[in-house]
Design a protein around this ligand. Structure first.
Ligand code: HEM
Length: 458
């Protein structure tokens, strides 16, 4: 059985300059391996006071019990503002509460059921795009997840001219500005301006112009009574139950930008790592392929099943859960203290960075047995409920939990089942992906797999 790849870890003794240089390229590599055992880690420098909380009680305190006392930091918002404006991902307080009241209904169970046919079409399109041979699966999943977002949000496939432009411009933007910007973790003085390159500004402006075009067109279609019944229409016609108002176009552009970003980058990362884990565990893959065979009657008849059909894939779901534990796409969540605190006898001033790490909690040696191993069958064991309650945070927890968690689970199970139905996946000797935290947890040189048509196997 292959051990899932880990990031390089820095040694405990490293100079400040080297540490900061590592920070800029890969947050995971700056963490020492002892954090898989530690209860808390503190960094105190002239520009940075930061604690990583690594016990279930402290994580619960920050995310669930007193989230208002640990808001998202302004510095994170500053790093994202060009692209995301005032989106729900970066706001705090009453603005954030109001935005969630209008967004959450679109992602409730009932609505997910309505979204399912669009997801199904995206899974079909993904299957049609795949080809036998060596495939860089991260890029393929990025394309697939962007297709899901456009189809469910705006009822258009990724081939739509505007959608394709958003996707390609976004990839260019990403190359110039890693969104999970390590610099966001460093406490530079507030007066210090954040420098964005000309290309970063230009790509962000282009993406927002394209999204504005789509949002304005949708607003006009809603007024004309001709809008399709998709997520964009739902969100744009939902009134805040408290104030009675709706999103205006500019605010909606901010939300579409985050749905596109949070919704496709994360799912792409999670799908790619899951497929790698499946490829490196051939015996398990056989079980999953047997489960995926439930798709056959629908593929033969062309009928689209109901949303509840996804219950037929419990092992695929558990495999995805296990991959999210080992490779949570958002490796670290950044908050800051709104008042003075004392954590494990350490005094924290106002504005101290508080980091919750889904990466470390998911692999913490005091929480999980065999924490670094891929053991999807653990999700069938009763004790895992307790471990997950204490250390499973791929979608965060508490009131700021990921809005799209249910959506992402449904999309992933469907796409994985669809790919496993058609393809046998194998790892390529010598091509072991090295995890790095870029925007999400990615592989340094991509994730390469060999695809062979399943039916063609003797
Ligand atoms: C496997 C896929 C996904 C993962 C692992 C994931 C993970 C996360 C995490 C960890 C957060 C909290 C970040 C923080 O507090 O700093 C978050 C927030 C968010 N996610 Fe997801 N996400 C996924 C897919 C999606 C999808 C498909 C959508 C929408 C279509 C979405 C929309 C959002 C939004 C709007 C927020 C901000 C919520 C708030 O701050 O109130 N995510 N996600």
């Amino acid at each position: 059985m292959t051990r899932p790849p880990m990031p390089a870890h820095r040694s405990d003794r490293v100079s400040l300059l080297k540490h900061l240089a590592m920070f800029r390229t890969d947050i995971l590599a700056t963490q020492p391996a002892r954090l898989y055992r530690a209860k808390m880690a503190e960094v105190k420098l002239p520009f940075l006071h930061s604690v990583m909380v690594n016990t279930p009680d402290l994580v619960r305190l920050v995310l669930q019990d007193r989230p208002k006392d640990f808001p998202k930091s302004d510095r994170v918002r500053e790093g994202l503002r060009l692209l995301l404006g005032n989106s729900v991902f970066v706001t705090n307080g009453p603005t954030w509460e109001r935005q969630r009241r209008m967004i959450d209904p679109a992602f409730e169970g009932g609505r997910l059921r309505d979204t399912f046919p669009a997801m199904w079409d995206a899974a079909e399109a993904t299957a049609a795009r795949m080809q036998a041979g060596q495939v860089e699966i991260e890029a393929a999943m990025s394309h697939a997840a962007a297709d899901v977002i456009f189809r469910t949000l705006f009822s258009v496939p990724i081939e739509d001219e505007t959608a394709a432009q958003v996707y390609h411009t976004f990839r260019a933007h990403q190359r110039t500005a890693p969104i999970l910007n390590p610099a966001a973790l460093v406490r530079f003085p507030r007066w210090m301006p954040r420098i964005f390159s000309r290309e970063t500004r230009a790509t962000a402006a282009r993406i927002r112009a394209l999204i504005t075009q789509m949002t304005e067109a949708r607003m006009a279609a809603i007024k004309a009574g001709s809008a399709p019944d998709d997520l964009a229409t739902k969100i744009m016609t939902t009134r805040d139950p408290v104030t009675g108002d709706m999103f205006d176009t500019e605010e909606m552009v901010d939300q579409v930008a985050i749905f596109f970003l949070a919704g496709h980058e994360t799912s792409a990362s999670a799908l790619a790592w899951t497929l790698y884990l499946i490829a490196t565990h051939p015996d398990w893959q056989v079980l999953l392929a047997t489960e995926a065979a439930a798709l056959r009657p629908y593929l033969e008849s062309g009928a689209v099943p109901e949303f509840g059909f996804l219950k037929r894939f419990p092992l695929i779901r558990d495999t995805f859960r296990e991959a999210l534990r080992l490779y949570p796409p958002v490796p670290m969540l950044v908050r800051e203290t709104a008042q003075r605190e004392v954590f494990r006898k350490r005094k924290l001033g106002v504005g101290t960075q508080v980091i919750v790490s889904p990466w470390h909690m998911g692999r913490h040696e005091a929480i999980w047995p065999d924490p670094h191993a891929f053991r999807p069958e653990r999700w069938q064991e009763p004790a895992t409920r307790e471990h997950a309650r204490d250390g499973y945070l791929p979608f965060s927890a508490g009131p700021r939990v990921c809005t799209g968690a249910g959506f992402a689970m449904a999309e992933a199970v469907l796409i994985l089942a669809r790919l496993l139905h058609d393809w046998e996946l194998s790892a390529i000797p010598g091509k072991v992906p090295v995890p790095i935290a870029h925007m999400t947890v990615r592989a340094r040189d991509g994730i390469w797999l060999e695809l062979c048509p399943r039916a063609a196997k003797p």
